[in-house]
Design a protein around this ligand. Structure first.
Ligand code: F6R
Length: 264
């Protein structure tokens, strides 16, 4: 596990984008797992800039998004389809056929659809690099507390905390989605490399529990401790409750000197 402590939100976005861009340069057919949410905006802004100014090529990149609200059309301004189009896809040269996002308009047969989503990931050869944010309650994707740590892509009820956190993006009085389709923890743990990003004091407790707490379904991000290649890129506020910072700084220094490609 690598913990990269950055000064602020902007540096978190730049560092994550640098790693993603490096991965695409090394493998033009990168299978990239994507997340939505405010934490990702800076990452996608920088990837779009690198595409426009440095020619970063997305023409062979294949993407799989973690999740989508259920009962929300792809044209809805708060849908994750819309978010991805606005913040990344419209700004880079990725072909439509290479983009996979769970369908939020499903009305039944969720299990069959979710199995197809898993099959599409397998058919593509698995996900090489997965971007993750984290909820205040420690969720990754929409794997809310007490999700099975072996879970696969499925329909999931959102927790009251997540509904409250995300309500601010919906119009006043508008009905909030209560469920989502999300990749499972088991699905996420099969990806080859994971970058989890977090910024702000509201994430500090979830980050400390995920990195230094026991592996527990009550904080689903703690399952990442079982992954062989996970990098947490967090700002000072999100890292404020960590107790082993000198050790993380030492590992980071050694990584920068011995394996610089891990961070670029
Ligand atoms: C979104 C997702 C969620 C978010 C998390 C953090 O695709 O999977 O787990 O990453 O809720 O959201 P923000 O970045 O808005 O705090």
């Amino acid at each position: 596990m690598l913990v990269v402590l950055e000064r602020d939100t902007e540096q978190v976005g730049l560092q994550a984008a640098k790693i993603v861009a490096g991965a695409i340069r090394r493998n033009s057919s990168l299978r990239l797992g994507l997340a939505t949410g405010s934490t990702m905006i800076g990452v996608y802004r920088e990837l779009v800039r690198r595409h426009r100014e440095e020619g970063l090529d997305f023409s062979r990149v294949v993407t799989f998004n973690l999740d989508e609200y259920l009962g929300v059309a792809s044209t809805h301004p708060q849908s994750f389809h819309h978010f991805m189009q606005e913040h990344l896809f419209a700004g880079v040269n990725i072909p439509r056929a290479n983009i996979h996002i769970p369908d939020g308009t499903l009305t039944g047969n969720y299990d069959a659809y979710c199995e197809q989503y898993e099959q599409a990931i397998r058919d593509a050869g698995g996900i090489d690099l997965q971007l993750l944010g984290i909820g205040r309650n420690g969720h990754i994707g929409f794997n809310e507390p007490m999700s099975s740590l072996g879970s696969r892509t499925r329909m999931k009820e959102l927790s009251a905390e997540t509904i409250a956190d995300n309500r601010k993006s919906f119009a006043p009085g508008e009905e909030m989605p209560q469920c989502a389709i999300t990749m499972g923890i088991g699905t996420i743990l099969e990806t080859r490399r994971i970058l989890l990003l977090a910024t702000g004091a509201a994430k500090a407790d979830a980050i400390a529990k995920s990195i230094e707490g026991p592996v527990a379904a009550s904080v689903t991000a703690s399952a990442l401790q079982l992954h062989r290649d996970v990098t947490f890129i967090i700002d000072e506020e999100a890292g404020s409750l960590l107790t082993h910072k000198p050790y993380y700084a030492h590992v980071l220094k050694m990584t920068r000197s011995l394996m610089p490609e891990r961070l670029s």
